[in-house]
Design a protein around this ligand. Structure first.
Ligand code: HEM
Length: 341
């Protein structure tokens, strides 16, 4: 560059390290360029240094086979050492053949002292092999509180809003934050809309002690349980609507109910019915299939009332025909009650 060029066109960097390194190179050592950008180091090695001092002293090791080993030192410890090569390393057997035609510099990590290159917060080793690349006078920083390679400190524990076992729940937004206090449940719950169905109030009644659903299951679930209110050896009956109407559960009579074509004596179940006695007796003395399905179609009445099965629900005609047939057989032992053979 001519001298008449303004000074700001010149490179601001001064090359004391370069001069020193080039002297070493003249002594047969490889060029060590410290604390210089890699691009500048490359140009110096090619003999294109922009500094007069470097130009006069720089001598490439081999013609067209410059070897530049640039050691980049980080201002903060530890300095990861990056070796940038524009040619195969010294001593490589394929030095000449591998370099032919290659212009792209290759960068690779170099391990010093057989250490795995890593980024740690501890001071670098000041052994002689490291002295050229690591500043030995740099003060050792204090160890990290959770010093481990690559590990970060764990996040802080969440602050407990209320003590474990306490019966009082925290009230959100109380006295803090920009949002108004909307009370409990205001967090992530969506606001109530007009499209949501209002919940039906439960019509269940309080059952007397010893009359829970579990008690009923115990009472009626045994293998030989018989809650029909009929003689033990009585057969299943054909029950007509006229017969059924008699058993209303009132005035001391039993309560029978037709459900799904079968007739059950629901009298023992009255005290166990979660909906209460009056509700249950609405279906007594008649076919309660529709009513039952309107209130609780999910209830398994067949299983719950198996011990209460009286017989099948038949029409008047079927019942009359059965009664006639039974009367014809009465001399042969029939009881004339419309029982099933
Ligand atoms: C057909 C006449 C009946 C009527 C009108 C009736 C009515 C009711 C009502 C109003 C409830 C309360 C529902 C609620 O929690 O809001 C109820 C519950 C219940 N009923 Fe009935 N009931 C009848 C027959 C029966 C029968 C024959 C059985 C037994 C096989 C039975 C078993 C139950 C059970 C297990 C519950 C509790 C249901 C639940 O918690 O989900 N009901 N009943």
């Amino acid at each position: 560059r001519p001298d008449w060029l303004p000074s700001f066109f010149r490179s601001p960097q001064q090359p004391p390290q370069i001069a020193l390194s080039l002297e070493q190179e003249q002594n047969g050592e490889e060029i060590q360029l410290q604390d210089l950008p890699a691009s500048r180091a490359r140009s110096v090695a090619r003999g294109e240094s922009q500094e007069p001092s470097a130009t006069t002293t720089a001598t490439p090791m081999r013609q067209q086979q410059p070897v530049v080993r640039t050691t980049v030192s980080s201002p903060r410890p530890p300095p990861p050492v990056i070796q940038e090569e524009t040619a195969p390393r010294l001593g490589s057997p394929s030095l000449d053949s591998a370099w032919d035609g290659q212009t792209t510099p290759k960068a690779s990590a170099v391990m010093l002292n057989d250490l795995v290159p890593s980024f740690a917060l501890s001071a670098p080793d000041s052994s002689p092999s490291n002295a050229s690349s690591a500043p030995a006078t740099r003060p050792k920083p204090p160890p990290a509180p959770h010093s481990s390679f690559g590990l970060m400190a764990p996040p802080p524990r969440p602050v407990r809003a209320y003590a474990a076992g306490s019966s009082t729940l925290p009230i959100p937004n109380r006295g803090a934050g920009l949002l108004p206090n909307r009370g409990l449940g205001a967090g992530l719950t969506p606001p109530p809309t007009h499209s949501s169905k209002p919940k039906k109030p439960s019509l269940q009644v309080a059952l007397a002690p010893g009359h829970s659903p579990l008690d009923w299951a115990r009472l009626s679930g045994g293998p030989g349980a018989d809650l029909r209110g009929l003689p033990r050896d009585a057969p299943y009956l054909r029950v007509t609507p006229t017969m059924l109407r008699y058993y209303t559960g009132r005035k001391g009579k039993d309560a029978w109910m037709a459900l799904g074509g079968r007739v059950y004596n629901i009298t023992p179940y009255i005290a166990f019915h979660p909906g209460g006695e009056p509700e249950l007796l609405r279906g007594a003395g008649r076919d309660g299939t529709t009513l039952f399905g309107e209130v609780h179609p999910w209830v398994n009445y067949e299983g719950m009332l198996a011990a209460c099965l009286v017989g099948i629900y038949v029409t008047e005609e079927e019942g009359a025909a059965a009664a006639t047939a039974a009367a014809g057989c009465s001399s042969a032992g029939g009881n004339g009650m419309g029982d099933m053979d």
